[in-house]
Design a protein around this ligand. Structure first.
Ligand SMILES: Nc1ncnc2c1ncn2[C@@H]1O[C@H](COP(=O)(O)OP(=O)(O)OP(=O)(O)O)[C@@H](O)[C@H]1O
Ligand SMILES: [Mg+2]
Length: 225
């Protein structure tokens, strides 16, 4: 197997006036291509911070993130933006759909932002919405969809660029357990059928069972043993 994502001695300190919060204190971990990894740990242990650094949404204080063999820190801001757009799919706890756009337009958004012509991708958007069980909801706006359906749109959006990795922060945190299970089954399928690499933060041990492996964080460090 090839490792698609690796962190080496990853540290993140947040400066709050006089106070320094050491959110990550030297995290080493590796994700192989096609793996579905769950990150667990108590509130404040650094899970979201880690996910933000993995996705290039924020820069580490020290240490490295390597995505597909490239050091994110060595990329220019423009290149990081392109990596984020084309190689990473994000799924958040609160869906983060644009309220004025239809389901299909929300799925298309990463392509539009990347300056690609929609006409080329209509079929793909249709396929993805069908995959997540929303083939008949393409023109619905987010407020015309249930929470679980909105999160399924967000999954389709995260997959639309065929990203190297999908990063999900508590994707079921805001859903009832039935809708949550549906989301987890979809992520599992993306992994099994499309060899999609996924890193998912979750509090929920049941959600973590869908993953191949669990990485536990505590006080900004990976727990061993
Ligand atoms: N932007 C920020 N500025 C200052 N401190 C921050 C910031 N973001 C996070 N922190 C602090 O860093 C630590 C880790 O936060 P993080 O959000 O990564 O935790 P988490 O494991 O995702 O927690 P939760 O399970 O509650 O979502 C916490 O002590 C938090 O207060
Ligand atoms: Mg968090």
């Amino acid at each position: 197997m090839t490792s698609i994502l690796q962190t080496i001695g990853l540290q993140k300190a947040y400066q709050m006036g006089e106070v320094t919060v050491n959110a990550l204190q030297g995290v080493d971990f590796t994700v192989e291509k096609g793996e579905f990894v769950a990150i667990m740990g108590p509130s404040g242990s650094g899970k979201s911070t880690l996910l933000h650094l993995l996705g290039g949404l924020d820069a580490p204080s020290d240490g490295e993130v390597m995505l597909g063999g490239r050091r994110l820190a060595h990329l220019s801001d423009d290149d990081i933006t392109i990596v984020r757009r084309r190689q990473i799919g994000f799924i958040f706890q609160f869906f983060n759909l644009l309220p004025t756009l239809s389901a299909a337009e929300n799925v298309a958004l990463p392509l539009l932002i990347d300056g690609r012509s929609l006409d080329e991708y209509r079929l793909r958007i249709d396929e993805l919405l069908t995959l997540v069980g929303l083939g008949d909801r393409q023109d619905h706006k987010p407020d015309q969809l249930s929470g679980g359906q909105q999160q399924r749109v967000a999954i389709a959006r995260a997959l639309v660029t065929d990203p190297v990795i999908v990063l999900a922060d508590e994707p079921t945190g805001n859903l009832d357990s039935e809708s949550g299970d549906e989301i987890l089954r979809l992520l599992r399928r993306a992994c099994d059928e499309k060899q999609q690499t996924i890193v998912m933060v979750t509090h929920d041990p049941k959600a973590a069972e869908y993953a191949d492996r669990i990485v536990r964080l505590k006080d900004g460090l990976v727990e061993t043993g």
